[in-house]
Design a protein around this ligand. Structure first.
Ligand code: SF4
Length: 284
């Protein structure tokens, strides 16, 4: 039986992208290949909010007790090794049981599953066939991987996903890759973060779209360069612009301007409904 290191598992409303507003189970896996300490900071500077929180690590026993941050990655505890003790390693059968327990009817209705992170396409790919093939997951129809778009799909995982597209399978599942490609405002290097060939491959097994976090005109100019790179590699999916803002004060400064920028450029706007609805608290 495969195992997953589970940072968070909760039921909420999907606040971003294609499934905005859809009731969803969020499975947040532990681990990421990035740190994204540049979000919300002046260009070239890195946030140290997590460093300050980590100094008080003994004060926090659960995710719900952790402070929110207004700069850097808002899900820092799902990849920073200093917080790894908050994320249990569970076998996929225990994860399937826990998912069914938090579904309001204890079985799938119209809910969608979001596998997020951290970066959920790191080594955990090998565990997903066990999880998604578990009898308790049989009624699940729609799955989104929220990825940073840098991880290749393994041949084994591709083989597993491709079967859902065969006409003779007796169930129907839709898979989506929500690719939040990291622009320089994240603090990550362009050559590490913008991987068009990898993202194009996601389109062979499901629907993929790009989602760029925007705070400034410079971010939008970077997004345009990235979009051109993805398109020239053959990427066909939709593109969303999403305002920066893991806390309401930052989100409220940006959302209308980013919506207008999306309209002006014929791109889609993604809100972050979890911020106005739930203050982006852990578990929402
Ligand atoms: S890729 Fe996502 S989870 Fe990883 S550090 Fe960046 S924002 Fe956080």
């Amino acid at each position: 039986m495969s195992k997953l290191k589970v940072a968070e598992l909760f039921y909420s409303i999907q606040g971003e992208g294609r499934y905005m507003g859809v009731p969803s189970i969020f499975l947040r896996t532990f681990g990421c290949n990035f740190k994204c300490q540049g979000f919300g900071m002046p260009r070239g500077e890195l946030s140290n909010e997590v460093e300050v929180i980590a100094e008080r690590i003994a004060d926090f026993k659960t995710y719900e007790e952790l402070p929110l941050v207004s700069t850097g990655c808002d899900s820092y505890a799902s990849w920073d090794p200093r917080f790894k003790h908050l994320s249990p390693m569970l076998d996929t059968s225990a994860v399937a049981d826990a998912i069914c327990d938090i579904l309001p009817h204890k079985t799938w209705k119209d809910e969608h599953l979001v596998i997020t992170g951290g970066e959920p396409l790191l080594g955990w790919q090998r565990a997903y066939p066990d999880l998604l093939g578990h009898p308790k997951m049989a009624g699940l129809k729609e799955i989104t991987f929220e990825t940073n778009g840098t991880q290749e799909l393994s041949e084994e995982f591709i083989e597993y996903l491709v079967q859902w597209q065969m006409p003779n399978v007796d169930f129907d599942r839709e898979i989506t890759f929500s690719v939040s490609a990291k622009l320089p405002c994240s603090g990550e290097k362009w050559e590490d973060a913008i991987k068009p060939e990898i993202v194009c491959r996601y389109e062979d097994v499901g629907t993929a779209y790009l989602k760029f976090v925007i705070a400034t005109e410079q971010d939008y100019a970077d997004a345009e360069c990235a979009i051109a790179a993805y398109r020239s590699a053959g990427f066909k999916g939709h593109v969303y612009l999403m305002p920066v803002g893991g806390v309401e004060s930052v989100y409220a400064l940006n959302n209308r301007r980013v919506a207008e920028l999306a309209m002006k450029n014929g791109l889609r706007y993604s809100d972050r409904l979890q911020v106005p609805l739930f203050k982006n608290e852990w578990g929402t």
